[in-house]
Design a protein around this ligand. Sequence first.
Ligand code: SAM
Length: 210
Amino acid sequence: LADGNALGGFEALYERAGEDASAIPWADQAVNPNLVDWINENPGKVRGRVLVVGCGLGDDAEHLSQLGCEVTAFDISETAIRWCRSRFERSDVRYEVADLLALPADWSVGFDFVLESYTLQVLPEALQDRAIASMAECVAAKGTLLLITRGREPEEPEGAMPWPLTKSQCAQFTAHGLTESRFEEYWDREDPPVRRYRVEYRRASDVAPV
Ligand SMILES: C[S@@+](CC[C@H](N)C(=O)[O-])C[C@H]1O[C@@H](n2cnc3c(N)ncnc32)[C@H](O)[C@@H]1O
């Protein structure tokens, strides 16, 4: 970030880790409990073709695959994707290197469930609108996008990365053909607890690929 290279730092971080997950601040090598809780409360919404945004070391993608979904998971870091493939050699997940800001055209309206957990909050605000538009575009007709993020009130300082999102930043998803169907705000079970927003968006109507 200090070098004005907002995205290249992720590859550098994964590369320097040398397959030592303890060097990656967010990699706890376990499925995200905020995702598991939501799935348990919403049986049936995770189905079909699934896209995992900024998949890191792949634990959420593997969990969704084990639930029977056809999962594509991507990250901007080549090293992270190589690492996922070697961690889960027999995986059915399609792991891809891709930049959220320039996704393959054939992913447009291609997924019944899109998971975005903790990637928006590491992107500088100047890139967030494009990132949100890009994720929203991947949601198929009648599909769901789940956002899991740190949250803050607008008057609270944003602090250092990961930058918590405000509710109005989250609401940008509704500018791209999605409807907010559920907004949850809670303190999670981390120590110390983190204020989370977990938001579900739906694409109600049929859409034509753009
Ligand atoms: C904070 S980590 C979260 C990883 C994973 N979702 C998790 O919960 O463990 C954010 C991830 O987003 C990836 N990322 C950042 N910018 C990206 C972009 N423009 N396109 C795709 N992935 C990106 C990073 O490489 C990193 O793996």
